[in-house]
Design a protein around this ligand. Sequence first.
Ligand code: NZQ
Ligand code: ZN
Length: 385
Amino acid sequence: MRNFDYHNPTKVVFGKGTISRLKNLVPPRGKIMLVTGGESIRKNGVHDQVMDSLKKREVVEFSGIAPNPEYDVLMQAVDMVKKEEPSFLLAVGGGSIMDGTKFIAAASKYTAGDPWEICSKLAKVTDALPLGVVVTLPATGSETNNIGVVSRKAEEKKIVFHADKLFPRFAVMDPEVTYSLPDNQVRNGVVDAFIHVLEQYLTYPVQAPLQDRQAEAVLLTLLEVGPKTLAQKQDYDARAGFMWCANQALNGLLKCGVPTDFATHRIGHELTVHYGLAHGEAIAVVLCWLLRHQRENKQDKLLQYARRIWMIEDKDEELAVNRAIAETECFFNEMGMPTRLTDYGIDPAEAAETVRKGLERDQAKLGERGLIGPEDAADIVRASV
Ligand code: NZQ
Ligand code: ZN
């Protein structure tokens, strides 16, 4: 096992009716700025619940952050912070809102230059407004991690940044707020969480047995609760299981002491920027093709995955791995998630070229051994037919 630091300071408040506890979770004094997305939280009553809990407090709101939060919009929120001077930011929404709020928190205090440098130069975030979150979409794990992802269409970029100052102070997670999710968002969330786990698991063995078993626990639970969540909108137990899985998939625990391979995400971000695929959709058309392309490098863990997750006993190891990758694709398809670019009418050859250029610009060397370069990424995307 490799050396590691592990620190996760976010308090999780999980379960039915927990939004009402916001009044005791936010700092006792100062103005609160809500950061929100579109109409969903108004339609499903979450906005009312938040405002009810904070009714004795001074609250201002910045709303209208769309999926894949856009730098220009977030900078409008930074202007509002400068005008209103809130002492605390409260994100209410999915990954886009939570990530956007992290950027606003950092950009509001960034004095070293243009706040875009937080993304473009991965400039160190030394100060940030404190923030808390109310999660409405289980998927990204953003509620208890220090990561944000921001897009800038004008530069055709979607960039991941992180800083310990950006861990939320608390995360309110009420599974009932997910009852209003449309099927495609449940599908996106389950697949995103599943892929987060695989990216920290399907690399090479480093004698980290607990991390392996923790990853396998999340995968097996997602296989169990994913279809139930999709089948029944108000199955509280399935939704609670899904919400906790999505959180555990990317709260920092699974990557302790092990190599990681976030190449699927990096390539997926290019596809989102250029073709408008939702985050979950973009990574689902990459993952299985990447695993096939990288099967020699990942052979030992792929075999473990075949045996322990899919219970494939074939003595022929190559066959077992092939079957495990095919089962993964089948699971995504059963969740209603396409796994090929052609399912969206996108030409894989053209997309491959676009991805190659995007990765060349950053001189990207991806994968657990840094062996996936722009040409390899293009080969992976080209295979998604
Ligand atoms: O805009 P509204 O009306 O709020 O609707 C949203 C949005 O259209 C809707 N929604 C959210 N909660 C709902 C709901 N609709 C009905 N009922 C509810 N309870 O869902 C739509 C998608 O929301 P979004 O926040 O974009 O989804 P998600 O949570 O999947 O977040 C995706 C973003 O997170 C980034 C992605 O790249 C993408 O930008 N990621 C962040 C990560 C992190 N911070 O660690 C890691 C991930 O890998 C990912 O990259
Ligand atoms: Zn993701």
